[in-house]
Design a protein around this ligand. Structure first.
Ligand code: NAP
Length: 258
């Protein structure tokens, strides 16, 4: 399948991934496995989602070689302590049934001192090869800069749909050669219903979700991780690499920012 690949810290990362929040239990496992069969090669999970075991089972059941799948997981702030951080990552690896993840994120910022400690612990996980890359999520530019002084942070996963204005953060991250991973890229389905999006869907003979995902993925250094439990949605979300939005139409989507 034709996919956009981002090159970040010498690693090739499929720009479109599968968000898995709420994909739990046997159904979730099947939905994740099905996504792998459809062509997804980037899976986003987190300790907090309670579905790392499901992701691990789905990868095993798919028969896909581990090295072909980019796996991201995250550590929740409750575990940002010397005592809990590394054991928590070891638990994630056990559930995922892998020796290492591709990207490990601090899920949410805490206070400055705790962020500093957690970023040092991210470094420990890099040295232990529990993860290949280190990143953060929901960090401001200031918090990101502080983390960059401690660890080779390559990613900030933040909410990014047509409703969010992330210009300053994205510009900074592009300058730094980092990846901005857009979570809730469809605004949990709400942005699809916008008249501007509907008009573009008609113009390009695509769905609203495809217009939004294309708009995100056309921006340099941006990855997107839509969640789709429905097979039709999952399939549609992959079909965004066979058309291009004009500059004018890109700008129309930017006008939806609140
Ligand atoms: P989202 O991806 O914006 O929206 C998911 C919703 O859109 C689901 O209801 C899904 O329905 C629907 N949908 C998906 N594809 C569609 C399509 N082609 N047409 C119509 N509807 C479609 O929202 P999200 O789940 O909040 O975010 C995605 C992922 O981001 C999460 O799963 C998680 O991995 C990550 N995330 C991270 C953070 C963080 O703090 N780092 C926070 C929130 C989310 P169906 O499921 O029925 O297909």
């Amino acid at each position: 399948m034709n996919q956009k690949i981002l090159s970040v810290h010498n690693t090739q990362i499929p720009a479109l991934g599968l968000g898995t929040y709420k994909l739990t239990g046997k159904d979730g496992e099947k939905q994740i496995e099905q996504a792998l069969h459809l062509g997804y090669r980037h899976i986003d999970t987190a300790e907090m989602y309670g579905n790392e075991a499901e992701v691990g089972n789905a990868i095993k059941a798919s028969g896909m070689p581990r090295e072909q799948i980019f796996i991201t997981t995250k550590v929740w702030p409750n575990d940002f302590s010397k005592k809990r951080f590394v054991p928590c990552v070891e638990d994630s690896l056990r559930k995922l049934k892998v020796d290492t993840v591709d990207l490990l994120l601090l899920h949410w910022p805490s206070d400055d001192d705790t962020n500093k400690l957690a970023t040092e612990l991210l470094n420990d996980c890099l040295h232990k090869q529990y993860t290949m890359l280190a990143g953060v999520s929901n960090f401001s530019i200031k918090q990101l800069q502080a983390a960059q002084k401690i660890a080779p942070v390559c990613c900030n996963q933040v909410e990014y749909s047509p409703y969010n204005n992330n210009n300053a953060l994205l510009q900074y991250m592009q300058q730094q050669g980092m990846m901005l991973t857009a979570y809730s890229p469809l605004a949990r389905g709400a942005a699809i219903k916008e008249p501007v999006i509907k008009a573009l869907a008609d113009k390009y003979h695509k769905t609203g979700a495809q217009i939004i995902l294309r708009w995100l993925l056309q921006q340099p250094n941006v990855a997107a991780i839509p969640k789709a439990g429905d097979e039709k949605h999952s399939r549609q979300n992959l079909e965004v690499f066979d058309f291009e939005l004009s500059d004018e139409d890109m700008q129309k989507v930017f006008t939806l920012a609140k």
